[in-house]
Design a protein around this ligand. Structure first.
Ligand SMILES: Cc1cc2nc3c(=O)[nH]c(=O)nc-3n(C[C@H](O)[C@H](O)[C@H](O)COP(=O)(O)OP(=O)(O)OC[C@H]3O[C@@H](n4cnc5c(N)ncnc54)[C@H](O)[C@@H]3O)c2cc1C
Length: 422
């Protein structure tokens, strides 16, 4: 095998998923995570379509199902807290059969548990420099001693350190979609049981929910804004930005913002996409949000991280660790899948906040009507079909099934999808 020792930066979703597959194929992955321990928190994330196929192949479906959020549905509330429209869980989440919804932290923990005994994890450290030569990469860390690796993978998210070291500062490759998002744990003051409450005002949305088995609730904030100049590592500054944006908030927003002071897991980021012409340079490659983050708006970032990790490891296995062939093949394999989901993210971001009161009113009327429509199933299936299972997913699945059956040797040239959408 040409490459064996592989350093992965980032232990959230893409990193541990990649380590899982690399181990299975006989490589020796090491993960360096900047946070002192596995990061908790985050929103509920959907695992859809081909990503569930990857989960099945990992043998982790039962673990995923155990952590399914089991949301029953949600209500839309006005400024006085009156519930003005409702949807059941499936309609609310736009889910189709076989898709699962988990808390991001639970998903990360499942992947960590599945890899921690076979993968070296270095927490509280990060790469400070990478020097490549013909035989590998000499890596220095903030605290650990320098080491050599055959390959380095950036699975370190939207603000990837590996990407910055390899491709330069992030500004030109980050496409801001016009909103900011924040999520954090709050006490379950509304006694929500697998239920969510959503309150919209022009340019702003606040959502509170509690999932199966959780004592607390999550508060989610979204607001339209041009790009802001802030330090993405400065949590206090981000809390201030959020408090300012919702300073005039009605309903229970004041209380939720007070709860923010003592929350254990504050998350704040811009709704942005990462767009690069190439995901690799020499012996370094990117996967997940670091490479092609579609933005939280797409609802597909986690699925893309799982699929990307699977494809990258598969291509390395298929080429005997020859990164010069594996990296371009990985990029080609998932390029259409990435493009479709990024386009989805752009479209959804435009609709996430409504700019005018009449638009919010209209949205509520639509929500009221939808459950009563005899053909609501058709409407929802139509939306899901277009957005969740693009043709390339079927194609991608076929290719991988072949490769798995053939002992990872079947990564042939691209074929046209067998069916248009399914
Ligand atoms: C705490 C947290 C909460 C999130 N909440 C949401 C949410 O509510 N909604 C949503 O849509 N998406 C959220 N995301 C993003 C979502 O998880 C990703 O879009 C998706 O799962 C893709 O995963 P990823 O592994 O590629 O990147 P990420 O999940 O972003 O993970 C990147 C990992 O790399 C680590 N890291 C960053 N820089 C370095 C560095 N220089 N060296 C080493 N490690 C580094 C981070 O600590 C993190 O663990 C969240 C991510 C995190 C980390």
């Amino acid at each position: 095998m040409k490459s064996n020792d592989i350093l992965i930066s980032g232990a959230s979703i893409a990193g541990p998923a990649l380590a899982f597959w690399l181990r299975r194929y006989g490589f020796n992955p090491t993960i360096a995570e900047r946070a002192p321990e596995l990061r908790p928190g985050g929103y509920k994330v959907d695992i859809r379509g081909v990503a569930m196929d990857v989960v099945d192949r990992m043998g982790l479906r039962a673990e995923f199902e155990r952590k399914h959020t089991s949301m029953r549905g949600g209500s839309f509330v006005n400024g006085e807290g009156t519930r003005i429209a409702e949807l059941d869980g499936e309609l609310f989440g736009f889910r189709s059969e076989g898709d699962l919804e988990l808390m991001r932290g639970d998903l990360s923990k499942i992947l960590y548990d599945a890899t921690k005994d076979t993968t070296e994890y270095i927490f509280g450290d990060y790469i400070t420099s990478m020097t490549e030569d013909a035989d590998g990469v000499y890596v220095t860390f903030a605290t650990s001693a320098p080491r050599r690796f055959d390959l380095v993978v950036g699975a370190d998210g939207q603000h990837s350190g590996v990407r910055a070291l390899t491709f330069g500062p992030e500004a030109p490759i980050t496409n801001h979609l016009g909103c900011y998002v924040s999520i954090f744990t709050v006490p379950n003051r509304f006694d929500l049981d697998r239920w969510e409450l959503t309150h919209s005002t022009p340019g702003k949305v606040v959502n509170v929910y509690s999932t199966k088995g959780s004592v607390d609730a999550k508060a989610f904030f979204l607001f339209s804004s041009p790009e802001l100049d802030y330090d993405y590592r400065d949590i206090d500054q981000q809390k201030e930005i959020l408090a300012d944006a919702f300073a005039d908030g009605e309903w229970e927003i004041g209380q939720l913002l007070s709860d923010m002071a003592s929350t254990p897991d504050f998350y704040f980021d811009s709704v942005s996409q990462i767009r690069l012409d190439t995901w690799s340079r020499g012996r370094t490659v990117l996967v997940g949000d670091a490479a092609y983050g579609p933005s939280p708006a797409s609802g597909q970032g986690t699925s893309m991280a799982l699929v990307g990790a699977y494809a990258l490891a598969g291509q390395l296995a298929a080429t005997g660790g020859d990164h010069t062939r594996a990296f371009p093949a990985y990029a080609e394999e998932i390029a259409d899948f990435v493009q479709l989901n990024q386009a989805l993210g752009v479209n959804i971001a435009k609709q996430m906040t409504q700019g005018k009161w009449w638009q919010i009113w209209f949205q509520h009327q639509m929500i009221r009507i939808l459950p009563k429509l005899p053909w609501k199933g058709l409407v929802m299936r139509g939306i899901m079909k277009r957005s969740r299972k693009p043709p390339t997913v079927s194609h991608y699945r076929t290719t991988n099934e072949t490769s798995l059956r053939d002992g990872h040797a079947g990564w042939g040239p691209r074929q046209q999808p067998a069916c248009s959408t399914s």
